[in-house]
Design a protein around this ligand. Structure first.
Ligand SMILES: NC(=O)c1ccc[n+]([C@@H]2O[C@H](COP(=O)([O-])OP(=O)(O)OC[C@H]3O[C@@H](n4cnc5c(N)ncnc54)[C@H](OP(=O)(O)O)[C@@H]3O)[C@@H](O)[C@H]2O)c1
Length: 441
């Protein structure tokens, strides 16, 4: 990691500043660092790893020779600049919601689905800061007893809305204590001495975009397309760290003791659960730490298969900067900084989930499928000329849904070696998917 050239785009913002702190803590020898922001901040000086660096305006030319760009800017600027940075050869790790649900963009929390970095095409997204603690706490439990439903009520700090919202809480609190009136700007309503049951805009469903993000992103990261998720996301007058009360409904009952043990073994989780002695996680204590803290673990008395837990994590660190830097470390450790080539048929596999399915069937080798393909070539030319197909266990798969179902079964049972994928053309050519790229379970 220390030999790479990185760019921190949005270096003057709340997440960018935290990104600098995390770099200093985890990679103090990293030397080649570019700090980028808007023209407003150009010329500002910030010390990183003992060297004073000058913030530059972000332009299309900023990404020459950059290996990894950590992008934490506005949604609009992410939309504009990430593809440019990726085209210039940088791997982009983006904090915005713009690319998260794109089929070709991995959405990654390394402790949960680190292997998904392997199929990136130049852009990797991190989840919303309220989703990260949900998947971190849900994942180790889901592995042994599938979660059917998550209901969440969040208590999200103002730093989740950026540096200007932090300033707003401070200014409004001061003004109101002095007998003045609050004037909301960065947030939609008064935040001092109040809570706002609204984060982001409302959708026709009645949910907010923030709540919809938790639904979509949790399913994508946990590879659980059938998982039911419902949340109410609330802004509270707390500076840093998001909290959430999670009601988890499992396939079978799970005891609080078992949950405590599983959570205790999960990297990145810290169990703080001794209510009798006043021990439970709180945002003030958690701010500045790396772990997702879990406490108040108890049976849900309203459901036989239910558990209720309380999670708290620093939204600027694990919710944003730390997660981004862990993704970069994952890319380096897995030696996949360079994007893997993509093609339409294989995308169908990568973008769906590989939950452990019931059953399975005997898997044939890639060679047997290749022989089958060659033996039936005339028929394939007639049926599929110009189309992408996959051959799995000597069965032709030419629709996304079928492809996913079969591949999932074969993969789950055999840790599949390779799947034959080809475009049927007059001149034969075969593309295989190496196992490395099928490891996103
Ligand atoms: N805060 C969180 O907990 C959190 C968690 C996960 C994801 N995110 C996401 O991370 C991103 C940044 O959030 P934040 O909280 O750090 O926001 P912020 O404090 O408002 O900072 C925004 C940064 O973007 C820069 N910027 C804005 N417009 C720009 C432009 N046109 N060109 C170049 N740079 C520009 C700003 O530079 P100037 O200072 O020069 O204006 C600043 O450095 C957002 O997409 C947010 O959704 C945030």
């Amino acid at each position: 990691m220390q030999d790479l050239t990185i760019a921190i785009v949005g270096a003057t913002g709340a997440v960018g500043a935290e990104c600098i702190r995390v770099i200093e803590q985890r990679h103090p020898k990293l030397r080649h660092i570019k700090l980028l922001a808007s023209a407003r901040s150009a010329g500002k000086r910030i010390t990183v790893n003992g060297r004073e660096l000058v913030v530059e305006e972000t332009t299309e030319k900023s990404f020459r020779d950059v290996d990894i760009a950590f992008v934490s800017v506005t949604t609009e600027f992410s939309r504009q600049m990430c593809p440019i940075a990726a085209a210039a050869g940088a791997v982009v790790i983006d904090d915005s919601s713009v690319f998260r649900m794109e089929p070709t963009v991995p959405l990654v929390v390394p402790e949960v689905n680190g292997a998904d970095v392997e199929w990136h095409q130049g852009i990797i997204a991190i989840p919303n800061c309220s989703t990260t603690p949900v998947v971190m706490a849900g994942h180790p439990l889901h592995q042994v007893n599938p979660i059917r439903r998550i209901t969440a009520a969040t208590y999200q700090s103002v730093s989740g809305a950026g540096a200007s919202a932090m300033a707003e809480l401070r200014e409004q609190s001061r003004a109101m204590l002095d007998g003045g009136q609050p004037s909301p700007k960065a947030l939609p309503n008064q935040i001092a001495f109040n809570v706002i049951p609204r984060i982001d805009s409302f959708l026709p469903s009645g949910y907010t975009r923030e709540e919809q993000k938790m639904f979509d992103e949790t399913r994508k990261i946990m590879h659980a397309p059938g998982l039911a998720v419902s949340s109410t996301c609330v802004r509270v007058p707390v500076y840093i760290s998001h909290s959430a009360a999670l009601h988890l409904e499992f396939e079978r009952p799970m005891s609080p003791e078992e949950a405590r043990e599983l959570l205790g073994k999960m990297p990145g989780i810290k169990v703080l659960d001794d209510p009798a002695n006043g021990e439970y996680p709180m945002p003030w204590d958690v701010a500045g730490t790396d772990e997702v803290f879990v406490g108040r673990i108890r049976k849900d008395q309203s459901h036989p298969n239910g558990l209720v837990i309380w999670v708290v994590s620093d939204n600027l660190r694990k919710g944003a900067a730390l997660n981004s830097i862990q993704i970069a470390e994952e890319l380096v450790n897995r030696n996949c900084l360079k994007p893997q080539p993509s093609h339409p048929a294989s995308d169908a596999l990568y973008n769906n989930s590989y939950q452990s399915p019931a059953g399975g069937e005997q898997g044939e080798t890639f060679e047997a499928d290749l022989a089958f393909f060659k033996a039936n070539r005339e028929q394939f030319l007639k049926d599929y000329l110009g189309k992408w197909i996959a051959v799995i266990n000597q069965t032709v798969v030419d629709s996304d849904a079928e492809f996913d179902t079969l591949a999932r079964r074969v993969y789950a049972k055999h840790g599949y070696k390779a799947i034959l994928i080809t475009k049927v053309e007059a001149e034969p050519g075969v593309v295989s998917v190496p196992s490395r790229r099928l490891s996103g379970r």
